[in-house]
Write a protein that binds this ligand. Structure first.
Ligand code: PLP
Length: 377
């Protein structure tokens, strides 16, 4: 027998989360998660799932039937899109302007498909002209995949134009909206997005660990006409949807849903719908302007040019001679404030300051600016 470990209950302090995610969770969402667990096929719970599906459809602005939440984080949403749609040997144009574009490439290559890379400099958006050149050079490509809001740099790409290009050249679009959903304009049906995934922990201000996903009718058609079975049993949408669709009023067991986490997602999307998507986008923009003015006053320079800057993820260069780790440690210890370190090519060079969901509010902006001013002085 191993001796039983004895610990006290884990009781973290209340931090102010202003990094790249997870973001500050709405108190109502934390309360929703603490409600009594019911069975995952309880009639009351499946009724809530129907509401949840329409809330996700609203957030994505889509009528897609195949809309649900993957019971796992954003990376599993990413994998859901690739593993269901892409077959071995197929060609995918993958846009890479940061860490998450490269994660897409890894997905494509791991499933035996061919990734054609369109590289753009970190901190810049995906260049539609370069994408069009790749689409022309690869008429056999079946997909165009890109990250709408690159969290590793803070750059926003033009999803509407990129999806129109995909359509023009006969490709299905696969879009990463992990950081964009709820924070900037996103219109799945209007822009003709075919497969999209997000994450619960960014601008939805929900607990981490869930990934809203939606497939267009064209994507569903591609899935139905696969020649090979979906290699992942857990992520196979044709199996999962038996649980997420009440066909003839009946849902069947696929896996045990994370019941309480889904209460949390329902609550966070309810809050978003009550505010209204356009109001939420506007609030993120306004808070970004206030933060930007304060950061510039402190002499901090943005990595991303103004035209493509994400309001919800502000990446600034660390001033010369300033100790990155020491600053972030002081912010955490003295102010309970978390900001993000640089990632990948920007590690040690930049900070990422998130204004996501519940975190995109004046008191957070003021605290962050005051704390940075004191720590940097
Ligand atoms: N895509 C983007 C743009 C992200 O920012 C992240 C996480 O930060 C992911 C994918 C992966 O999401 P997760 O960490 O929830 O698996």
């Amino acid at each position: 027998m191993l001796p039983a470990p004895h610990f006290i209950a884990f009781n973290p302090p209340r931090r102010i989360l202003m990094g790249p995610g997870p973001s500050d969770v709405y108190p109502e969402v934390l309360a929703a998660q603490a409600r009594p667990t019911v069975g995952h096929l309880d009639p009351l719970f499946v009724g809530m799932m129907d509401e949840l599906k329409s809330l996700i459809q609203y957030a994505f602005q889509t009528k897609n039937e195949m809309t649900m939440a993957v019971s796992a984080p954003g990376s599993a949403g990413m994998e859901t899109c690739f593993v269901n749609l892409v077959e071995p040997g197929e060609k995918v144009i993958v846009c890479r302007n940061g860490v998450f574009g490269d994660r897409m490439r890894q997905n494509v290559e791991r499933m035996g498909a061919i990734a054609v890379l369109v590289d753009n400099e970190w901190g810049t958006p995906v260049d539609p002209a370069a994408v069009e050149a790749a689409l022309k050079a690869h008429p056999d490509a079946k997909f165009l995949a890109f990250v709408h809001a690159e969290t590793s740099t803070g750059a926003l790409s033009d999803a509407k134009t990129l999806c129109a290009l995909a359509k023009q050249y006969g490709c299905l679009s696969i879009v990463d909206a992990v950081t964009s959903l709820g924070g900037v304009e996103l219109r799945v049906d209007e822009w003709g997005i075919d497969a999209i995934y997000s994450g619960s922990q960014k601008c939805l201000s929900c607990v981490p660990g869930l990934s809203p996903v939606s497939f267009s009718p064209a994507a569903v058609e591609k899935l139905k006409n696969r020649k090979t079975p979906v290699q992942s049993w857990f992520l196979d949408q044709s199996l999962v949807m038996a649980y997420w669709t009440s066909a003839g009023g009946k849902r069947s067991y696929h896996h045990t849903a994370p019941v309480n986490a889904l209460y949390a997602l329902h609550e966070s999307l309810r809050i978003l719908a009550a505010e209204g998507l356009e109001n939420a986008w506007q609030r993120h923009h306004e808070m970004h302007l206030v933060l930007r003015a304060g950061l510039e006053k402190l002499g901090l320079n943005f990595v991303v040019a103004e035209d493509y800057r994400l309001p919800q993820l502000n990446t600034v260069y660390i001033p010369a001679g300033v100790d990155d780790g020491a600053v972030r440690t002081r912010l955490l210890k003295d102010y309970n404030l978390e900001i993000g370190a640089g990632l990948g090519a920007l590690a040690g060079k930049a900070w990422r300051i998130g204004l996501m969901g519940f975190g995109a509010r004046r008191e957070n902006v003021s605290l962050c600016l005051k704390a940075l001013e004191e720590v940097l002085s």
